[in-house]
Ligand binder design. Structure first.
Ligand code: ARG
Length: 394
């Protein structure tokens, strides 16, 4: 008899990873497929459907609730680093390394030496999963990429294997959702000139200027959001609440062309009300408390952080180096920001901090604290070299 060959599959419950289960048996000869579905805040119904499907299709299934860890170890660092890649709030990108790490944990625990994912060879996710998978000595398998399958073929194969298919011709969108964002891709959206129909949106209402504005006060400690309107709450609740509030006002829709790591440009549509509100508020508070030099330098760090996060390179030592800098910079990012939600926008309308570098007394039009005349010497030197040059040339 053949020895038992086992594989751990990072499983989402969607078409691709569902099709992977029978494929791993039939095309790769594994006798046991172990699936791991990680909860990073996708809708309950998706998780339940995924768990049910996995139980029917796989030999063993793990459902792991990683929401706390996702918020604490991935989203809070993202907020502190003002994470954004070309204007994308990194929702899918930041979740992938955690999902991969959970699959690795199961493999280690079970002594299984092969890991699989259902990503295609076109996108970023294959890179993000494998950057983590390949930190182990495990063999890595990517059936979707290996077999170069067309969607039509997959749908047919799924039907033959009793997998009820979640996509239909009328609703052809491919959706990825977690606590931080929802992405919508595929179908006619692949034409970047095609305006998205309202039906693609699931978290946000259409921005409506006749809807009265709402102001929410967000409290931060060391760069991390800790309260809404003075009420302390955990990160999961706080983000879910802001998604709901912001969604009512149509906040946080993005329609963009994004440069994937491989170089392909992709048209992407996202919804992320809480991310928009929190990132805008956080950056606003930084402008109250950090020095000009810190702000300029941190923008460079934030950019480097965001690029690593986009690429899924959280195991690169630079990622930890940058996080150390960011954490140090956040010691004074305490206080609160009042955010106005209105007609698709989230606008800072007030900020306060015990650590503000702001002096109303000195900056005020009415102030006598500083003598204006002291600035004259400074002004004489300002632009000095340009004047020298002008004199030379004339
Ligand atoms: N463009 C997004 C990213 O690379 C992915 C959007 C979700 N799509 C997906 N196939 N996972 O992060």
């Amino acid at each position: 008899m053949n020895p038992v060959s086992e594989v751990v599959l990072a499983y989402s419950g969607g078409l691709d990873t569902s099709v992977c289960i029978p494929l791993l048996r039939e095309r790769y000869g594994f006798n046991r497929v172990v699936t791991v579905l990680v909860d990073v805040g996708q809708p309950r119904s998706d998780i339940e459907r995924g768990n049910l499907r996995a139980k029917q299709l796989a030999d063993e299934h793990y459902a792991i609730d990683a929401r706390e860890e996702f918020v604490r170890d991935y989203l809070f660092p993202l907020i502190k680093a003002n994470g954004s890649y070309e204007g994308y709030v990194l929702g899918t990108a930041i979740a992938r390394p955690l999902i991969a790490a959970k699959a690795v944990e199961v493999a280690m625990k079970k002594g299984i030496d092969t890991l699989a994912h259902g990503c295609t060879g076109r996108g970023n996710d294959q890179l993000r999963f494998e950057a983590v998978f390949r930190c182990t000595s495990c063999r890595v398998i990517a059936p979707m990429r290996d077999l170069d399958l067309a969607r039509e073929w997959e749908i047919e194969y799924a039907r033959e294997h009793g997998i009820d298919v979640p996509v239909t011709k009328e609703r052809p969108w491919s959706i990825d959702e977690n606590l931080w964002s929802r992405s919508i891709e595929g179908g006619r959206l692949e034409d970047p000139f095609f305006e998205p129909p309202e039906e693609i949106y699931g978290w946000t209402k259409s921005p409506d200027a006749s809807r009265p504005a709402q102001v929410v006060e967000i409290g931060f400690e060391r760069g991390v959001p800790v309260s809404l309107d003075g009420v302390r709450m955990g990160g999961i609740d706080l983000i879910a609440r802001l998604n709901q509030m912001g969604g009512e006002h149509g906040v946080g829709r993005t329609d963009m062309v994004e440069d994937r790591v491989l170089g392909l440009k992709a048209r992407e549509n996202y919804e992320h009300p809480a991310a928009t509100i929190l990132l805008t508020a956080h950056e606003d508070l930084e402008h109250l408390v950090l020095s000009r030099a810190e702000l300029r330098f941190k923008a460079i760090v934030d950019d480097a952080w965001s690029e690593l996060a986009y690429m899924g390179l959280v195991e690169d030592p630079l990622y930890a180096d940058l996080n150390s800098f960011v954490d140090k910079s956040q010691e004074r990012v305490n206080g609160s920001v009042r955010m106005k939600l209105y007609a698709g926008c989230a606008i800072p309308v007030g900020r306060q901090s015990p650590d503000a570098l702001y002096s109303q007394e000195m900056v005020s039009f009415d102030s006598q604290t500083l003598s204006q005349r002291d600035a004259e010497g400074f002004a004489k030197y300002h632009g000095f070299q340009a004047r020298l040059l002008r004199r030379r040339c004339s």
